[in-house]
Design a protein around this ligand. Structure first.
Ligand code: CAA
Length: 380
């Protein structure tokens, strides 16, 4: 099944799967039910080296490639979407932009503890009034003396309230739209920076989703990330890769739903025969497996291209779009196979369905992915 992977990637998958089953899976239903973040799981992911998979060892990372990272997100999400999104948001969104755009000093100060998992990273783009239209950022940044003064609110920020380091966008000149936006780094505890309410969500309930508030928050001049007025591009480039990790989450959730369905269909009997013996059930399973395999090729292809340093705007969006919509279809079929049992919390498949829904929204809705793909093919 994984014939296209190297021996190292196959071994890495086995290692992460064992970690996911031993450490992450036992808490998945509990954190979904309580809506509580598991600090213990985060700490164990850090010890395992998951929180810095694609970053060089000299910066505290595991020194592996982007495909290994996609496999890690897939395997964690196969048992727990909440833990999968915590990992994906930390690595792809909170840490990657510092690796890609940070100065050497910023890398030493922020990247190393993030990649080691000593700190949690987060990415503040979305605002109460601007989600899909990211260029309409209302948060402002003004340079006063040698400090940036930030005002505004971010919303729906994964790990926002628990993060130590947050990269975020703010506009220096709102009349310039996307070209007026710069990117910055803020540390937890900075005066004028606080977190507001934590969202009570449909799915991914064991992950934290917060409001972030800047009220005359002052940060040092050197906390600009990249160049002035380049923040929109930095964030779009970051999302190109982040979308691969959302695709990997879709892959993992769908695989988890398929595995649970096969187990159920082997054990459950109908008129004296296991469900698996019925061709209509076999059709559902064949369709689920086919779609998962197609998504796996798209996600791994995009991850490989990223590792080669290619532009992946189109491939990242395609991988995310297909894998997230596929995860919805597959988890719906998984509930169908389970019948009434699938609607209860005795089985994981209703959780997979709720968790999959976020994937069609976070890091750009399916509608935004279609716009991005069409623009890549047709031009703007
Ligand atoms: N890489 C680099 N530069 C890019 C880029 C990319 N992928 N995409 C656009 N740009 C550049 C453009 O080239 C353009 O620059 P020039 O004018 O110099 O050529 C500039 O950025 C502006 O681009 P557009 O004119 O295309 O911008 P737009 O306003 O039309 O918007 C959009 C484009 C695709 C709709 C964009 O706004 C978008 O992706 N929106 C969705 C935002 C999103 O995904 N939000 C998710 C939030 S994060 C999240 O959910 C995380 C979480 O915690 C779960």
């Amino acid at each position: 099944m994984f014939a296209e992977l190297s021996e190292e990637h196959i071994k890495y998958r086995e290692k992460v799967r064992k970690f996911a089953e031993d450490v992450v899976a036992p808490k998945a239903a509990e954190i979904d039910e309580s809506g509580e973040f598991s600090w213990d799981t985060f700490k164990k992911m850090a010890e395992f080296g998951l929180l810095g998979v694609p970053f060089p060892k000299e910066y505290g990372g595991a020194g592996l490639d982007d495909l290994s990272y996609a496999i890690a997100v897939e395997e964690i999400s196969r048992v727990c979407g909440s833990t999968g999104v915590t990992l994906a948001a930390h690595v792809s969104l909170g840490t990657y932009p510092i690796y890609d755009y940070g100065t050497e000093e910023q890398k030493r100060r922020y990247l190393i503890p993030l990649a080691k998992g000593e700190h949690i990273g987060s990415f503040g783009l979305t605002e109460p009034n601007t989600g899909s239209d990211a260029a309409a950022t209302e948060t402002t940044a003004k340079l006063v003396g040698d400090k940036w003064v930030i005002n505004g609110t971010k919303r729906f920020i994964t790990s926002g309230a628990i993060a130590d380091t947050i990269v975020f966008t703010a506009s220096q000149d709102r009349s310039k739209g996307a070209h007026g936006i710069s990117a910055f780094i803020v540390e937890k505890g900075t005066p004028g920076f606080s977190s507001g309410k934590d969202e009570n969500k449909l799915g991914l309930r064991g992950s934290v989703t917060s409001e972030l508030v800047f009220e005359d928050c002052t940060i040092p001049k050197e906390n600009l990330l990249g160049k002035e007025y380049e923040g929109f591009k930095i964030f779009m480039h970051t999302l190109d890769s982040g979308r691969i990790s959302i695709g990997a989450m879709g892959l993992g959730i769908a695989q988890g739903a398929l595995d649970a369905s096969i187990k159920y269909a082997k054990e459950r009997t109908h008129s004296g025969k296991p469900l698996l013996k019925y061709q209509l059930i076999q059709k559902l399973i064949a369709d689920m497996a086919t779609e998962i395999e197609a998504a796996r090729h798209l996600v791994y292809h995009a991850a490989r291209l990223k590792g080669m340093g290619k532009n992946i705007t189109k491939e990242g969006a395609i991988a995310k779009l297909y894998a997230s919509e596929m995860a919805m279809r597959v988890s719906t079929k998984a509930i169908q196979i389970h019948g009434s049992h699938g609607l209860t919390k005795e089985y994981p498949v209703e959780r997979f369905l709720r968790d999959a829904k976020l994937l069609e929204i976070g890091e750009g809705t399916s509608e935004i992915q279609r716009i991005v793909i069409a623009r890549q093919i047709l031009g703007k």
